[in-house]
Design a binder for this molecule. Structure first.
Ligand code: IMP
Ligand code: MG
Length: 183
């Protein structure tokens, strides 16, 4: 359990409203996801877990430790959200993966799918590099209508609120929280 004093200490500002997913719930779910993903690939296949920075850093770090196959890890950096709470939908690549994606089984990992626009702009960019396969995995999913690319693996459905923690930020704050909270 997470006592209110822990939240106050970690955030220092009293802006967190309620905890939505505890670290225990997250750990259990990430282990399940690792098992599900492992079951979908042969151990000899070249698996590349590609995390969208910065939001996916904590989820990705936990997830790859729960995958039972050899995996490679790389990252993509985009600029899409600015510092506010509304998606601009304009994705720019600021860092490109160093490994070639050709012939690899790529899992693109994001922290949360909201409008789906980030993934909608990224998928064609990744596809153009000729991966053997491309699947999406998101820690949270807001389940809004009209998502162009549904993720194959979802950690949790998110409530229709702005959530932070476990990598997710509000103006670069709260990423470090080991749980997910609404603000
Ligand atoms: P989309 O393009 O609308 O799907 O937005 C996805 C990106 O927006 C995520 O990778 C997050 O960085 C950010 N985002 C969307 N909703 C939230 C939220 O509730 N909390 C924190 N970040 C969010
Ligand atoms: Mg963000």
């Amino acid at each position: 359990m997470t006592p209110p004093t822990d939240v106050a200490r970690r955030t220092g500002r009293g802006r967190v409203r309620r905890i939505i997913f505890t670290r225990e719930q997250i750990a259990l779910r990430v282990r399940e996801l690792g098992d599900e993903i492992s079951a979908c690939y042969e151990a000899r296949e070249e698996l590349l877990v590609l995390g969208l920075l910065k939001g996916s850093f904590m989820f990705l770090a936990d997830l790859v430790r729960c995958i039972h196959h050899p995996v490679q890890v790389d990252f993509i950096v985009t600029s899409s959200y600015g510092s506010g709470m509304v998606s601009s939908g304009n994705v720019q690549l600021l860092y490109d993966p160093e490994v070639s994606l050709g012939g690899r089984h790529v899992i693109l990992v994001d922290d949360i799918i909201d409008s789906g626009r980030t993934m909608a702009s990224l998928v064609p960019i990744i596809q153009a590099r000729g991966p053997a396969s491309l699947e999406l995995c998101t820690f949270l999913h807001k389940r809004r209508e009209g998502i162009a690319h549904e993720p194959r693996w979802v950690g949790f459905d998110a409530p229709p609120e702005f959530v932070v923690g476990y990598g997710l930020d509000y103006s670069e704050n709260f990423r470090h929280l080991p749980y997910v909270a609404s603000i």
